[in-house]
Design a protein around this ligand. Sequence first.
Ligand SMILES: [Zn+2]
Length: 257
Amino acid sequence: MDLMYVTQLLLASLAGLSVGSFLNVVSDRIPAGQSLVSPPSHCPSCETRIRSVDLIPLVSYLVLRGRCRACAATIPIRTLWVEFATGVIFALLWVKFGWSYQGVAMMAYTGLFLAVFIIDLEHHIIPNKVILVGLVASLAIASFWPGVGPVKALIGAGAGFGILLALYLIPGFVIGEGDVKLAAVVGAATGFPIVAVGLGLSFVMGGVVAMLLIITRRSRRKAEIPFGPFIAASAMITLVWGDSILAWYLAQFAILR
Ligand SMILES: [Zn+2]
């Protein structure tokens, strides 16, 4: 491992930590209908403006031991894991893609889908603002993505929306309106026909986790578990390995024949 490699890996991690820090702001303010830029970061308990020395991703949380410097109110642990996770994901993406178009685009997708993941997990909603920004960004990125392009992106968005809308209309099938709209974003990002992998995977993951939660009696009904986080996680996995997953899946049928 040479110095250049380590430096760039560190740079990708730092970019991830900063984006993670911003995602915490997004996840706090968008569901509350607040502006992202003003007022500057402040403690939600005592309203004290947070000094810039206390806004360093990861480090500040650990130095302050998860408490506000002014009033000692608890800072949610989510602040820490979101920063950490974004840093790690950015580092892994850089290792796989480098600073290529796909690498940087995947970092943008990470921001989008992590925001959906956190907000839906905490509030059981996917804000229209996030959906709209996500749809426009995904269509733009996918237009230059190898093997996708603007036509497949548009068809993918329509297909994703259509598939989940059909499921949404089935009585007793528990998915929300936000999930239907999110499927359009995933379809735009992955394109057609890979969107089928993304949505299929989300049902597999959602089903497994729902079963585990019901078995361990943490949740009684399916409706208590938001589906958006599964769609968001599947979208990320599909964007990286979608082609391989589709090839593997189709190969299973070839063996059966
Ligand atoms: Zn405070």
